[in-house]
Design a protein around this ligand. Structure first.
Ligand SMILES: NC(=O)c1ccc[n+]([C@@H]2O[C@H](COP(=O)([O-])OP(=O)(O)OC[C@H]3O[C@@H](n4cnc5c(N)ncnc54)[C@H](OP(=O)(O)O)[C@@H]3O)[C@@H](O)[C@H]2O)c1
Length: 334
């Protein structure tokens, strides 16, 4: 057990709520933040967590410089899980229809500035340890490499701009700026790089989006979001394991730099075959007719150095589906 106090920025998010849960279970005192902590669809679920009496919630918007100044006083580590992917500008224009200047101003900058605003507040408050949630979208060099690692393999933001992937570029640009900012100020920064996260949701809304929603539909006997099995692969991790990786990155004083927050990547064909074993009566997407591509391959040396045991993909799927079955109608998707 620990006496440390941490701040989780984005505590109502999928990642942030699981970091909060894991930290409370280990005895941390947690300051959780999101933009409106009076939101009845979020705060009550966090405050009802085991050890929730050690959680305090505060409203703060990372877009406002200085908003985190008072919240980061007397904090041992700040976990930043609020750098959400933005796919549309403020007026609703899709990122993929923008030119570079607009893509940078409306998609890249909110992530970059939001992160730097939090880091400025952390530095001002004397916080030395920071763990950021980014994404594997910053780890895709062109041409692709056969076995990627977190040290050598970066996406190139200019290449991402050139194909209008401003949403992905935001992560690449943000990570580089955060690494520079913390290096210049002698702060210790770890960055976790996940893709798909599955597992029981703390806040019901998290089961109503992305692949969780598709799985919930299948549990309810409805079709998945994929009409046809994509000839692609997908990386995944259990949300509880990801939260443990975040805490390990803080708790291990030697941890620093980027870490994959991924268990492994499987082709979708294999993922759906595993789901079919768990849900034999569920509607499935049309099968793949062409030869299956190889899944993305990772070098997990750094991830494994954090010493966190991780559930394999069949266990991740089984745990998620069992939870969806048990919660049933409460999470039934319209
Ligand atoms: N979910 C995934 O499958 C996935 C996959 C790969 C990477 N990631 C990465 O993981 C990180 C967290 O994602 P997530 O899925 O947990 O996101 P999420 O569920 O949408 O949660 C985002 C959190 O940040 C808060 N937030 C959003 N905008 C904010 C702002 N301007 N100021 C302060 N707080 C703000 C949100 O609360 P309010 O909106 O109430 O303020 C919420 O607490 C992101 O960097 C994302 O790219 C996620």
């Amino acid at each position: 057990m620990t006496e440390a106090t941490i701040c989780v920025v984005g505590a109502s998010g999928l990642v942030g709520s699981n970091i909060t849960k894991a930290a409370l279970a280990r005895g941390y005192t947690v300051r959780g933040t999101f933009r409106d902590v009076t939101d009845p669809t979020k705060a009550p679920y966090l405050l009802a967590l085991p050890e929730g009496e050690h959680l305090e919630l505060f409203s703060a918007d990372m877009a406002n410089p200085g908003a985190f100044d008072p919240l980061l006083e007397n904090i041992d580590c700040v976990f930043i899980a609020s750098l959400i992917p933005t796919y549309f500008g403020p007026a609703g224009k899709p990122a993929r229809e923008m030119e570079d200047e607009q893509g940078y101003q409306e998609i890249v900058r909110p992530t970059l500035d939001g992160c730097l605003n939090i880091l400025e507040s952390a530095h001002g408050a004397g916080v030395k340890d920071v763990v950021i949630c980014s994404s594997t979208s910053s780890t895709n060099p062109i041409p692709s490499v056969p076995n990627k690692n977190e040290v050598d393999h970066w996406s190139n933001e200019q290449e991402q701009y050139s194909v209008k992937k401003y949403t992905s570029a935001a992560k690449t640009v943000m990570e580089k700026a955060a690494i520079q900012f913390t290096a210049d100020r002698d702060m210790r920064l770890s960055i976790l790089l996940p893709t798909l996260m599955l597992g029981p949701a703390i806040i019901p809304e998290h089961a109503n989006r992305g692949f969780m929603k598709s799985l919930a539909n299948m549990v309810a006997g409805e079709p998945p979001s994929h009409q046809k099995i994509p000839n692609d692969s997908n990386s995944m991790i259990h949300v509880d394991d990801l939260a443990n990786l975040f805490l390990a990155a803080y708790e291990n004083p030697k941890a620093k730099g980027r870490y994959f927050g991924v268990y492994d990547s499987w082709p979708w064909q294999r993922i759906y075959a595993a789901i079919a074993e768990l849900l034999p009566d569920a509607p499935m997407p049309e099968p793949l007719r062409e030869p299956m591509i190889d899944a993305t391959s990772f070098d997990f040396t750094r991830r494994d150095s954090l010493g966190v045991p991780l559930r394999d993909i069949p266990t991740i799927l089984k745990d998620t589906i069992s939870w969806l079955q048990a919660t049933g109608q409460r999470l039934r998707i319209n």
